[in-house]
Design a protein around this ligand. Sequence first.
Ligand SMILES: [Zn+2]
Length: 306
Amino acid sequence: MARFIYSPEYYCDIGEHVFRTDKYGLLHDKMVETGLVAADDFLEPEPARRADLALVHTPAYLNDLFDCRHTRRTIYSEIPISRQIVEAFALGAGGTILACRTAATQHTFAMNLAGGFHHAFPDWAEGFCYINDVAVGVRAVRHDGLVGRAMLVDCDLHQGNGTAYVFADEPEVFTFSIHEEAIYPIKRQSDLDIGLPSFCGGEQYLGELERGLLGALETHKPEFVLYVAGADPYAEDVLGTLALSIEDLKRRDETVLGACAERGIAAAVTLAGGYAPRVADTVRIHYGTAATMAELSSSLRTRSDD
Ligand SMILES: [Zn+2]
């Protein structure tokens, strides 16, 4: 059975901003209202422990962050810094760790209804990202001895630059990012990058995704996938010009999670970006990912099926 992780404390006040932190609560409520997941079935995260964060981030950065200090390490963030914001990010990272541990120990699919902050580097914040929960989650399950070979499948509109940097010298962790080439960020080299042209539509996107993903699964043979399911490749997104419809994004989710289910690969999922003019569209895209996950988790093969 697929598992979902959520806390109302994921919300934090960052002022008038393109990044809608209320999307987490709206997604949760939609999932409950439609009966996709019963309210009691959500798992509650704990804030990420300092020791887990230190698997990726430097002590100096964590000191600046948790003291809410504007320094050269925190200044590249494009959101404000406050106690509530830092605590919400730490809780969101705890949710991603819980999703990774749940997926790995129960051999299932598990989604954190937050996370995906792939632009944070070990020693500095970037974009809307203070804690690279994606990298922390993968490092945590590897550190626990739950996972050997892992793969990042990053389908956010933006390249997973922080994550690529973190795992550059860790051959057991394969980083795959498919993104719009011509926009933020300055790229770091992933194990596989597919930089798409602006205005790329669903058909080309899905063809490139399938080619890249299936090839990488074949060569790397991961036992665990962390899927960064950004909603921002959407045609109406204000931060980019990829031209996927909500239907195309559903097919993207089916491609990634279907490939995992067929191969018996446990997967954790994080939300990442999504900046549609109507927040309801962003929520609908994330809901599609959750529904696909719930549906495909029942066909996830056990490792002994081979
Ligand atoms: Zn993004």
